[in-house]
Design a protein around this ligand. Structure first.
Ligand code: E4P
Length: 218
Protein backbone atom coordinates (compact mmCIF):
# COMPACT_ATOMS: atom_id res chain seq x y z
CA UNK A 1 0.00 0.00 0.00
CA UNK A 2 1.33 3.42 -0.93
CA UNK A 3 1.24 6.16 1.68
CA UNK A 4 0.98 9.75 0.51
CA UNK A 5 1.21 12.91 2.56
CA UNK A 6 -1.74 15.31 2.28
CA UNK A 7 0.07 18.62 2.69
CA UNK A 8 1.63 21.72 1.16
CA UNK A 9 3.96 22.20 4.15
CA UNK A 10 7.35 21.54 2.59
CA UNK A 11 9.21 21.67 5.91
CA UNK A 12 7.03 18.91 7.35
CA UNK A 13 7.20 17.01 4.05
CA UNK A 14 11.00 17.12 3.95
CA UNK A 15 11.19 15.79 7.49
CA UNK A 16 8.77 12.90 6.89
CA UNK A 17 10.14 12.11 3.42
CA UNK A 18 13.52 11.44 5.08
CA UNK A 19 11.95 8.28 6.59
CA UNK A 20 11.64 6.84 3.07
CA UNK A 21 8.00 6.03 3.83
CA UNK A 22 6.32 8.82 1.86
CA UNK A 23 5.38 7.51 -1.58
CA UNK A 24 3.73 10.67 -2.87
CA UNK A 25 1.89 13.87 -1.99
CA UNK A 26 -1.59 15.25 -2.54
CA UNK A 27 -2.63 18.89 -2.42
CA UNK A 28 -5.90 20.71 -2.94
CA UNK A 29 -6.89 24.37 -3.32
CA UNK A 30 -7.53 24.67 0.43
CA UNK A 31 -4.03 23.41 1.24
CA UNK A 32 -2.49 25.72 -1.40
CA UNK A 33 -4.35 28.66 0.16
CA UNK A 34 -3.10 27.55 3.59
CA UNK A 35 0.52 27.60 2.34
CA UNK A 36 0.17 31.26 1.37
CA UNK A 37 2.52 30.61 -1.57
CA UNK A 38 2.15 30.62 -5.37
CA UNK A 39 0.82 27.22 -6.44
CA UNK A 40 3.40 26.58 -9.18
CA UNK A 41 6.24 27.29 -6.74
CA UNK A 42 4.88 24.96 -4.04
CA UNK A 43 4.16 22.13 -6.46
CA UNK A 44 7.63 22.43 -8.03
CA UNK A 45 9.26 22.30 -4.59
CA UNK A 46 7.19 19.27 -3.52
CA UNK A 47 8.08 17.49 -6.78
CA UNK A 48 11.77 17.94 -5.96
CA UNK A 49 11.29 16.49 -2.48
CA UNK A 50 9.44 13.32 -3.53
CA UNK A 51 9.93 11.13 -6.59
CA UNK A 52 6.40 9.71 -6.46
CA UNK A 53 3.11 11.18 -7.67
CA UNK A 54 2.24 14.74 -6.60
CA UNK A 55 -1.40 15.71 -7.09
CA UNK A 56 -2.07 19.30 -8.14
CA UNK A 57 -5.70 20.31 -8.52
CA UNK A 58 -7.29 22.20 -11.40
CA UNK A 59 -9.86 24.80 -10.33
CA UNK A 60 -11.74 25.38 -13.60
CA UNK A 61 -15.23 23.86 -13.58
CA UNK A 62 -15.53 23.28 -17.33
CA UNK A 63 -13.65 20.54 -19.20
CA UNK A 64 -11.72 22.87 -21.53
CA UNK A 65 -10.62 24.97 -18.57
CA UNK A 66 -9.54 21.86 -16.64
CA UNK A 67 -7.60 20.64 -19.66
CA UNK A 68 -5.77 23.97 -20.06
CA UNK A 69 -4.96 24.18 -16.36
CA UNK A 70 -4.06 20.49 -16.13
CA UNK A 71 -1.62 20.67 -19.05
CA UNK A 72 0.07 23.65 -17.40
CA UNK A 73 0.26 21.87 -14.03
CA UNK A 74 1.59 18.69 -15.69
CA UNK A 75 4.38 20.74 -17.30
CA UNK A 76 5.76 21.67 -13.84
CA UNK A 77 7.34 18.23 -13.31
CA UNK A 78 7.01 14.69 -14.69
CA UNK A 79 5.55 13.40 -11.41
CA UNK A 80 2.61 15.83 -11.34
CA UNK A 81 -0.79 14.14 -11.30
CA UNK A 82 -3.64 16.42 -12.35
CA UNK A 83 -6.51 16.42 -9.88
CA UNK A 84 -10.01 17.11 -11.19
CA UNK A 85 -13.36 16.96 -9.39
CA UNK A 86 -15.71 14.04 -9.90
CA UNK A 87 -18.15 15.95 -12.09
CA UNK A 88 -19.34 15.32 -15.62
CA UNK A 89 -16.85 17.92 -16.89
CA UNK A 90 -14.12 16.43 -14.71
CA UNK A 91 -14.60 13.00 -16.28
CA UNK A 92 -14.61 14.44 -19.83
CA UNK A 93 -11.28 16.06 -18.98
CA UNK A 94 -10.03 12.82 -17.37
CA UNK A 95 -10.66 10.85 -20.57
CA UNK A 96 -8.78 13.44 -22.63
CA UNK A 97 -5.89 13.52 -20.15
CA UNK A 98 -5.71 9.72 -20.44
CA UNK A 99 -5.42 10.03 -24.24
CA UNK A 100 -2.61 12.57 -23.75
CA UNK A 101 -0.76 10.38 -21.25
CA UNK A 102 -1.34 12.80 -18.35
CA UNK A 103 -2.00 11.09 -15.02
CA UNK A 104 -5.16 12.04 -13.12
CA UNK A 105 -6.55 11.92 -9.61
CA UNK A 106 -10.34 12.22 -9.68
CA UNK A 107 -11.24 13.79 -6.38
CA UNK A 108 -14.35 14.43 -4.26
CA UNK A 109 -15.65 10.89 -4.84
CA UNK A 110 -18.52 9.99 -2.52
CA UNK A 111 -20.22 7.01 -4.20
CA UNK A 112 -19.41 3.70 -5.86
CA UNK A 113 -21.19 4.83 -9.03
CA UNK A 114 -18.96 7.90 -9.23
CA UNK A 115 -15.90 5.67 -8.82
CA UNK A 116 -17.18 3.35 -11.56
CA UNK A 117 -17.47 6.31 -13.93
CA UNK A 118 -14.00 7.57 -12.97
CA UNK A 119 -12.50 4.19 -13.84
CA UNK A 120 -14.37 4.03 -17.14
CA UNK A 121 -13.03 7.52 -17.96
CA UNK A 122 -9.49 6.21 -17.45
CA UNK A 123 -8.59 7.88 -14.14
CA UNK A 124 -5.19 6.95 -12.75
CA UNK A 125 -6.45 7.44 -9.18
CA UNK A 126 -9.88 7.94 -7.64
CA UNK A 127 -10.12 9.64 -4.25
CA UNK A 128 -13.03 8.56 -2.02
CA UNK A 129 -13.28 11.07 0.84
CA UNK A 130 -13.77 8.73 3.74
CA UNK A 131 -13.52 11.25 6.57
CA UNK A 132 -16.17 13.55 5.13
CA UNK A 133 -18.48 10.55 4.62
CA UNK A 134 -17.86 9.34 8.16
CA UNK A 135 -18.70 12.83 9.44
CA UNK A 136 -22.20 12.21 8.11
CA UNK A 137 -22.57 8.46 8.71
CA UNK A 138 -19.85 6.76 10.77
CA UNK A 139 -18.35 3.75 8.96
CA UNK A 140 -19.69 4.70 5.54
CA UNK A 141 -16.31 5.94 4.28
CA UNK A 142 -14.57 2.61 4.63
CA UNK A 143 -17.66 0.77 3.33
CA UNK A 144 -17.29 2.83 0.17
CA UNK A 145 -13.65 1.78 -0.23
CA UNK A 146 -14.74 -1.88 -0.01
CA UNK A 147 -17.49 -1.38 -2.58
CA UNK A 148 -15.14 0.31 -5.04
CA UNK A 149 -12.54 -2.45 -4.51
CA UNK A 150 -15.15 -5.11 -5.33
CA UNK A 151 -16.31 -3.31 -8.49
CA UNK A 152 -12.78 -2.62 -9.75
CA UNK A 153 -11.70 -6.21 -9.12
CA UNK A 154 -14.82 -7.64 -10.77
CA UNK A 155 -14.27 -5.68 -13.97
CA UNK A 156 -10.47 -5.48 -13.96
CA UNK A 157 -10.21 -1.69 -13.75
CA UNK A 158 -6.68 -0.55 -12.99
CA UNK A 159 -7.64 2.83 -11.51
CA UNK A 160 -6.00 3.02 -8.10
CA UNK A 161 -8.15 3.65 -5.03
CA UNK A 162 -6.64 6.54 -3.04
CA UNK A 163 -8.30 6.80 0.36
CA UNK A 164 -8.56 10.52 1.11
CA UNK A 165 -9.92 12.79 3.83
CA UNK A 166 -8.22 10.57 6.41
CA UNK A 167 -8.76 11.80 9.95
CA UNK A 168 -7.35 9.06 12.20
CA UNK A 169 -4.84 6.17 12.23
CA UNK A 170 -7.88 3.83 12.32
CA UNK A 171 -8.93 5.22 8.94
CA UNK A 172 -5.54 4.12 7.57
CA UNK A 173 -5.93 0.59 8.98
CA UNK A 174 -9.50 0.28 7.75
CA UNK A 175 -8.58 1.59 4.29
CA UNK A 176 -5.76 -0.94 4.06
CA UNK A 177 -8.07 -3.78 5.13
CA UNK A 178 -10.73 -2.67 2.65
CA UNK A 179 -8.23 -2.87 -0.21
CA UNK A 180 -7.28 0.75 -0.91
CA UNK A 181 -4.17 0.96 -3.10
CA UNK A 182 -3.03 4.16 -1.40
CA UNK A 183 -4.01 6.52 1.37
CA UNK A 184 -3.26 10.21 1.59
CA UNK A 185 -2.64 11.18 5.17
CA UNK A 186 -2.35 14.52 7.01
CA UNK A 187 1.08 14.93 8.67
CA UNK A 188 -0.22 14.66 12.26
CA UNK A 189 -1.96 11.35 11.48
CA UNK A 190 1.14 10.11 9.61
CA UNK A 191 3.27 10.84 12.72
CA UNK A 192 0.76 8.96 14.86
CA UNK A 193 1.19 5.82 12.73
CA UNK A 194 4.67 5.28 14.20
CA UNK A 195 3.43 5.30 17.76
CA UNK A 196 1.97 2.86 20.27
CA UNK A 197 1.97 3.33 24.07
CA UNK A 198 3.34 -0.19 24.58
CA UNK A 199 6.23 0.58 22.22
CA UNK A 200 7.07 3.66 24.31
CA UNK A 201 6.82 1.91 27.68
CA UNK A 202 8.56 -1.24 26.41
CA UNK A 203 11.47 0.80 25.10
CA UNK A 204 11.81 2.70 28.39
CA UNK A 205 11.95 -0.60 30.29
CA UNK A 206 14.59 -2.07 27.95
CA UNK A 207 16.74 1.08 28.19
CA UNK A 208 16.46 1.16 31.95
CA UNK A 209 17.42 -2.52 32.31
CA UNK A 210 20.27 -2.07 29.84
CA UNK A 211 21.64 0.90 31.79
CA UNK A 212 21.86 -1.31 34.90
CA UNK A 213 24.26 -3.67 33.08
CA UNK A 214 26.84 -0.89 32.65
CA UNK A 215 27.60 -2.29 29.19
CA UNK A 216 28.12 -0.52 25.87
CA UNK A 217 27.58 -2.17 22.49
CA UNK A 218 30.17 0.02 20.73
C1 E4P B 1 -6.77 14.88 -0.75
O1 E4P B 1 -6.60 14.58 -1.89
C2 E4P B 1 -8.01 15.54 -0.29
O2 E4P B 1 -8.14 16.77 -0.90
C3 E4P B 1 -7.99 15.65 1.22
O3 E4P B 1 -7.65 14.39 1.75
C4 E4P B 1 -9.29 16.16 1.78
O4 E4P B 1 -9.25 16.08 3.17
P1 E4P B 1 -10.28 16.86 4.12
O5 E4P B 1 -11.62 16.24 3.99
O6 E4P B 1 -9.70 16.72 5.48
O7 E4P B 1 -10.29 18.29 3.64
Amino acid sequence: MQLFLDTTDTVVLKDLAATGLVDGVTTNPTLIAKSGRPMAEVIAEICELVEGPVSAEAVAVDADGMLAEGRKLASIAPNVVVKVPLTRAGLVATAQFAREGIQTNVTLCFSANQALLAAKAGATYVSPFIGRLDDQTPGSGVELIGAIRAIYDTYGFDTEILAASIRTPLHVTESALAGADCATIPPAVFEALFKHPLTESGLQQFLSDWAKTGQSIL
